[in-house]
Design a protein. Structure first.
Length: 135
């Protein structure tokens, strides 16, 4: 399966990751409003609420609650999450593997300018091909 990602969402992941520096950036991946669409239209940066943000990430709880509420009221679908690996590769780390719930959501991981997309399957992360959609 090829995942469609808007240029704006892709660039926002890169921007947030670059600006975070040595801290892991993190945020939400929001889908397009069309029912059944598996496209990511927006990357929404959130505060990293983890007490050790240099090596871990935790989406700000209120941002996550707000995203679920918005989705229930007809807003964009919460497709997944993004975070950065400031000193690593754009692949799921052992910590990512251990903490992932296997819920089928999409994870984008950024390392430098490299951004890779993964689906969190019950058996582990599966790589996704992406198509960046220009405006």
């Amino acid at each position: 399966m090829t995942l469609k990602v808007t240029r704006e969402a892709f660039d926002e992941i890169r921007r947030a990751s670059a600006e975070a520096g040595a801290i892991e950036a993190c945020g939400l991946l929001l889908g397009c409003k069309a029912e059944g669409d598996e496209s990511i239209c927006e990357a929404l940066e959130t505060r990293n609420a983890h007490p050790k943000p240099r090596t871990h990430f935790e989406i700000e709880p209120q941002a996550l609650i707000n995203a679920y509420r918005d989705e229930r009221s007809g807003g964009p679908r919460l497709m997944g999450y993004f975070h950065s690996h400031p000193n690593g590769k754009a692949v799921p780390s052992p910590t990512d593997q251990a903490q992932a719930p296997g819920d089928g959501r999409i994870w984008a991981i950024a390392a430098g300018r490299d951004v890779q997309f993964w689906r969190d399957e019950p058996g582990g992360f599966q790589p996704l091909d992406i198509l960046i959609e220009e405006a």
